[in-house]
Write a protein of this length. Sequence first.
Length: 540
Amino acid sequence: MVEINSGNNPGENEPVSSGQTDYKWKVLATVLFGIFMVILDTTVVNVAFQAIREEFGGDINISQWVISIYVLVLGIITPLAGFLADRFGAKKVYLSGLGLFAIGSLLCGISPSLGLLIAARAIQGMGGGIAMPLGIVLLLQAFPVREHGRALGLFGIAALVAPAVGPILGGWLVDQNLWRVIFFVNPPIGLVGVLLGVRFLRENQDKTKPGLDIAGIITEVIGFGSVLYAASIASEQGWTSPTTLMFLAVGIIGLVSFGIVELKFSKSPLMDLFLFKNPVFLFASLIGYVSVVALFGAEFLMPVYLQSLRGLSAFQTGLVLLPMAVAGGIFVTLSGRLYDRVGPRPLLACGFALLVLNTWQLSRIQADTSLGWIIFLLVLRGFAFGLTVQTTIVTSLSVVPSRDLARGSSLTNSSRLVVQSIGVALLATVLASALSPDVKSFQDQAQTTQNSASSAGLCRNLDGSTGAEAPTAGKLASLNPAGGSGVMDLACQENITGFERAYTLTFYASLAALFFAFLLPGWPGRWSGRQGSAPAAPMH
């Protein structure tokens, strides 16, 4: 197991002036304001997807780009954020990202066509890809190193609460036929965020500007872009389809080429891949990769279960998921304070142990499982969220030299995004693999029929009836008169089987994360935080 010995960094034990104390809270408020907007928008748009598709009348494969293009561009731009910050200054680039996101949101709201909406979503992705990793950097630069856990713990409130508020806000607006308001909310928030940043943030830019790594940029765009695109189409076309395999192969070749360029040839690397030589960074990153599958990858399953199988609306689903976010928000602040005292090992061990038990219970849910029990399991999941998500990030960055924080944050966020996208696609494939051809055909008909699937659950409706007994079951069963209620029962059973398999996969991912957690430093070993971290390997 890796231990971190005590040591001193310059300035670590110097007294903190009241001006410095005030500044760190101003930075926290500014960053939380902007990042909350970026994270919130992601889940809000997912809820509004069907309404957007119906308004523009687009094919499902084309309409899906409203969501896919955002993730794709986000994944391509995030690795560049660190370079841009070192070149032009973290403050300037972060505020540019917020402004770009707000402009993209405005263009989304006024888009008269599906094509322009997709283009505007790409602009949003560019802004979000820049702002997300640099928000973390600005926080770590403003807070003293002995409070980095506390800083990212408070930052985690936005990361956990925003995804839960999104479905509630988005579901209500969609129910009121106001889906465009989803995008109009962002510009004024973004404007305030930029003004706060201009007023309070300080520029902390190194005088030596990095050179332009053209080969690294080209291979990064090809690698990250192709892998993310393959993941976005895999759930629809399958992992064995020629198109998926082609883009996956191109992506892997691109990422391998990127690694070779960065490690062997680049004089000014886009990302410092030598950070993986540090065991703390390596193990924290591995835990982060596994945890995004166990945590975030699985979180797309529950809304599908509640809406498609149980018949809840998007708004009602958001209310069910809200307690999980509240629990996570409480525990993420607590874990931030504890991290600075005891280190990551006990927090991650407890969090993933809880997640292992929780995920096993979720893999056992049935069509008639009470919503009260599900909410209780989600609250426990929120506790696990709070103990693990930000802890792995702050641990990996704890061994990155201060001057390289922007590059380290870009590396951490971009690689996690790729793993998360692949994880979600794999879980969607596992879910779909349990469905027979007849059920798939039946559900495709339901999805393309307006107002049919949106108000009916395959297994359960709000009055407690299940299967073909649900009041709205007739709407769905009428799509396949030959099958009648039989196809409803079969669809319910097969979907439940798919959810069991998907959650079982995340259970094993949780076990893997629990194992890696014990390899990180912290209690009962010595822990002195960032100031005791061994120096990271230098960039070559």
